[in-house]
Design a protein around this ligand. Structure first.
Ligand SMILES: [Cu+2]
Length: 305
């Protein structure tokens, strides 16, 4: 990704960055008309709406056909992405090897899932969904409908009725453990500017150097803002097979938080044939203001140890 593209994208506020071969040139912010491209997003940065907060954007609507999922019960969840003409979209351009990504999180930021539904005809998507506990869940779809020039993250609430017992958000931590793996987070999430995050994967005290490509990358990172679940989807700096990106232990991302606040980060990585998710609570500190002091090195600031 060239610097100009990167800066334009980040200025858009909260960019949905589908990096790598699938993304350059089609990367765009969540705002702006399709025909405005990156510059349109740039100019409207002041009113940028983070991704995932809207059920309908740019004429495309996430339309759940299943609105209630009983907690703990595997449910055939169906939905469509309706186009500007009100009819289900049937043509989608692949994003990271899939035509549609479904991300699920409970409103308290627990229960993260990343699924790939199947299209069952007529633009209807279906996935077997299990919502383990009662509560309000947010369903996000990452898509790029054919005809739309931008990728979109649409979000809709889905209820799992019952006694909702919110789970307190874990305290911020630099290390996450999952399934025998230990993932360390270096770098800080900064409001309003790009910063570098490095996630380092280890197992049994040793660095993991044979991560497997998952959806055309060694890792996928989603961040959700506490309070409204604004959605930030970032991708690694580099991809498998580009001749320079190593399969671990470190995975580098560039990300920008749309505001100060608390975020939950979810890293999907694959090793030993299985995808696991490491989760972190991260605080993006108060912005130092519109003019950065020092720190002109866009995209490389905010690195801490
Ligand atoms: Cu996906």
């Amino acid at each position: 990704m060239n610097t100009a593209t990167k800066v334009g994208v980040y200025v858009a506020g909260l960019a949905v960055v589908f990096g790598g071969a699938a993304g350059i040139g089609t990367v765009a912010g969540p705002v702006g008309k399709a025909d405005e491209g990156g510059h349109g997003a740039h100019e409207s940065a002041g009113t940028a709406v983070p991704a995932g907060l809207q059920v309908s954007q740019d004429g495309y609507t996430l339309h759940p056909r299943t609105t209630t999922v009983r907690p703990g019960v595997p449910t055939d969840f169906r939905f469509t992405i309706d186009g500007p003409d009100g009819r289900p979209v049937t043509g989608f351009a692949p994003l990271h090897g899939k035509r549609l990504h479904l991300i699920i999180a409970r409103r308290d930021l627990s229960g993260f899932q990343h699924l790939h539904p199947a299209e069952v005809g007529g633009g209807v998507w279906a996935a077997t969904v299990v919502l383990p506990k009662a509560g309000a869940y947010r369903f996000f779809t990452d898509v790029r409908p054919e005809g739309a020039e931008e990728a979109l993250t649409l979000g809709a609430d889905v209820a799992a009725p019952g006694d909702d017992q919110p789970v307190p958000l874990p305290e911020p931590a630099r290390v996450a453990k999952v399934d025998g793996y230990e993932v360390k987070l270096d770098g800080a999430l900064a409001p309003g500017r790009s910063s570098k995050l490095t996630l380092t994967v280890g197992k049994d005290g040793r660095p993991v150097t044979d991560l497997e490509p998952y959806l055309e990358a060694y890792g996928h990172l989603v961040a959700l803002r506490q309070g409204d679940l604004a959605y930030l989807h970032v991708h690694p700096d580099g991809e498998p097979g580009d001749g320079k990106t190593k399969p671990g232990p470190g995975i580098t991302f560039y990300a920008e938080a749309p505001s100060a606040g608390t975020y939950r980060l979810y890293l999907d990585f694959q090793h030993g044939g299985k995808v696991r998710t490491a989760e972190f609570t991260v605080t993006a500190g108060p912005s130092s203001g519109p003019v950065e002091q020092g720190g002109q090195d866009e995209g490389h600031g905010g690195h801490t140890h």
